[in-house]
Design a protein around this ligand. Structure first.
Ligand code: SF4
Length: 241
């Protein structure tokens, strides 16, 4: 109904080259009305994935685990620290041994959410339409069950998430039926085009074929950068690369 609707693309500085190529195609060839939002703070200073990892810690295992570890590490009193430990042991005991490593869930906030919020405010946008699926994570499913697809005037931001109850098969069928152009990454053995180095869920991926091991084969330049900067962390996190 609104072909010229504004799109915001949050370039997290951690994007696959194919994602960036696709955005370029959308903008220049497909004439999609799209603005790229870079992760700058209030003072206009640029954040990068590396800077976020150095400053806050690596987004690893899952959002909930990283959040619990950050909460534990920043607990101000022995009581709250103990509560954090109890929470970790109760919910994800096997990750407790990583709780003193540099892990944090702040990355999305710095690289994606905050810059998008600021841009939306600057442009006076009233509602964001997001393509997230409930099946993508525990958190997204929980949110959908609690709020449904349209969350208007209930939280800080108005959001419509019309694909919430779609499955991966629904998406695949839609792409085929309407002949939608998608990033080349999907032809290279990937089924997500999220952030390249993100650690959320990596421990659950097939042995020998996790995202970093795939990256080694498909994107050697990006993989070498990853090795140079994060290899030691991966050893501590016990992630095969
Ligand atoms: S998806 Fe992962 S790497 Fe990307 S911004 Fe969020 S936490 Fe960071």
């Amino acid at each position: 109904m609104y072909p010229n609707i504004l799109h915001l693309f949050a370039n997290t500085t951690n994007e696959y080259p194919e994602t960036l190529q696709h955005i370029k195609w959308e903008k220049e060839i497909n004439h999609t009305n799209i603005i790229t939002v870079l992760p700058k703070d209030v003072n206009g200073e640029m954040w990068t994935f590396k800077k976020v990892v150095d400053y806050y810690g690596y987004p690893m295992y899952s959002k909930r685990i990283s959040n619990a570890i950050r909460t534990y590490q920043h607990a101000l009193t022995p009581t709250t620290k103990q509560h954090s430990i109890d929470y970790i042991n109760r919910n994800f005991k096997k990750y407790s041994k990583y709780k003193d490593l540099p892990i944090s869930d702040k990355c999305c906030e710095r690289l994606k959410k905050e810059p998008l919020r600021r841009k939306a405010k600057e442009l006076g946008l009233e509602c964001a339409i997001l393509g997230i699926l409930a099946s993508e994570s525990y958190q997204r499913e929980k949110e959908w069950l609690e709020y449904g697809c349209n969350v208007f005037y209930e939280r800080k931001d108005n959001q419509s998430r019309p694909l919430s109850f779609w499955t991966d098969d629904d998406i695949a069928e839609y792409i085929q039926r309407f002949n939608i152009k998608i990033p080349k990454l999907y032809e290279m053995g990937y089924n997500r085009n999220g952030c390249m180095y993100c650690g959320f869920g990596v421990q659950l991926e097939p042995v020998g074929q996790n995202r970093y091991q795939k990256l080694k084969k498909t994107h050697p330049v990006q993989y070498n950068y990853f090795l140079k900067n994060f290899k030691n962390l991966m050893i501590d996190f016990e992630i095969n690369i």
